[in-house]
Design a protein around this ligand. Structure first.
Ligand SMILES: [Mn+2]
Length: 357
């Protein structure tokens, strides 16, 4: 595996490349062109420029998170082919710049959903949290208002104000899209992009829906092993793979995380590893990465990745806000750096145990 760190780009991220370079063991960044909108073609010059900027800091681009999918593709509306063509052009431009990993998601309307961005934990840190009761008491518009006020001035990925302004319209457009339709539309998209992925060896890594169940009545499909295997079978190509996000799959306590990793050997192209602390089955908060701070066994998760010979990029995920840092919720420097160091430590121990036995 390669330890990486998500970076939103100069002007969008409070964390600098210079800081990331000093986290021991981190060699790559996972980045994006944050000011592009879903559906537009990423210009080759801009990809080249960010690549050079990252390389000048002594790091390199390990992958893109995310190239977002236009709603027309997810809905399957008649204009989807235009946006798929644009997506293919973006993939080609990325491939020309020697970038071979793209994370994306296929969630209708919302990206990840949380009900609090700054829940206080006993140690005084603040974290993102989810409560089903809170969701049940909200409608999508009021949730956006409450989310944006806690965002420390940052625009959250997937929660861009221009999208939220048309949220009612978006819900209307998705009204005939059920799970089957969403699978069909995903298949259509993947079949169209696989040739360019093969030409440039670009691994597509779908990110799970977060949380891993339907929210506000919208269909969600990338939620469990059965559905992922269905997705991989329907377009059976190694370039059609997954981002194994422990925190997202882990929202559903029926998902056996190490078991899923083993079952997905060869098709996990990217890993997000973090912990959650469950207060009840339908209330969780994002804990420190350390196993004992949350509900997951991070040792078993890393061991499963080791055992399947995972050699892609891995990154710590949402961190707590600690040490008075002000940053995009989940994406400060300090706690994610602690997470990277911890995951590296687990990996070193697992590796030495395995090779000295
Ligand atoms: Mn994730």
């Amino acid at each position: 595996m390669e330890m990486t760190f998500r970076w939103f780009g100069t002007g969008f991220d409070t964390v600098t490349l210079k800081q990331i370079r000093q986290i021991p063991g981190v060699t790559g960044v996972i980045t994006t062109l944050y000011d592009t909108t879903p559906g537009e073609v990423w210009p080759k010059e801009r990809i080249h420029a960010i690549k050079k900027e990252v390389e000048a800091s002594g790091l390199h681009i390990s992958g893109i998170e995310s190239v977002n999918i236009h709603d027309a593709i997810k809905i399957g509306s008649p204009d989807r082919d235009i946006y798929i063509e644009n997506y293919i052009k973006t993939l080609r431009n990325l491939g020309e710049e020697d970038i071979h990993l793209v994370c994306y998601n296929f969630m209708p309307v919302f990206d990840w959903t949380r009900t609090e961005l700054a829940r206080k934990r006993p140690d005084g840190s603040t974290v993102l949290a989810y409560s089903q009761k809170a969701i049940d008491a909200l409608n999508p518009e009021t949730m956006f208002a409450s989310i944006s006020k806690d965002a420390n001035g940052a625009v959250l990925p997937g929660w861009e104000p221009e999208r939220m302004a048309i949220i009612k319209e978006l819900f209307e457009k998705y009204k005939d899209v059920d799970e089957e339709k969403l699978f069909e539309n995903l298949k259509y998209f993947l079949e169209k992009i696989m040739p360019v992925c093969n030409e440039y060896d670009i691994k597509m890594a779908i990110h799970p829906d977060d949380p891993a169940w339907s929210v506000f009545g919208l269909p969600r499909i990338i939620i469990n092993i059965e559905n992922i295997q269905r997705m991989m079978r329907m377009v059976d190509d190694v370039h059609n793979g997954v981002t194994f996000c422990a925190g997202s799959y882990g929202t559903n306590r029926e998902n056996d995380l190490p078991g899923m990793i083993r079952a997905l050997k060869g098709r996990i192209h990217f890993a997000h590893v973090r912990n959650l602390k469950f207060n009840s089955d339908d209330d969780f908060e994002e804990a420190a990465h350390l196993s004992s701070d949350g509900s997951f066994d991070l040792y078993e998760i890393m061991k499963a990745l080791y055992e399947i010979d995972f050699d892609g990029p891995i990154r710590p995920d949402h961190g707590r806000m600690i040490w008075e840092e002000v940053a995009m919720p989940g994406y400060g420097l300090y706690d994610r750096a602690l997470g990277a160091a911890y995951l590296n430590g687990l990996w070193e121990a697992i590796d030495k145990n395995a090779t000295r036995a």
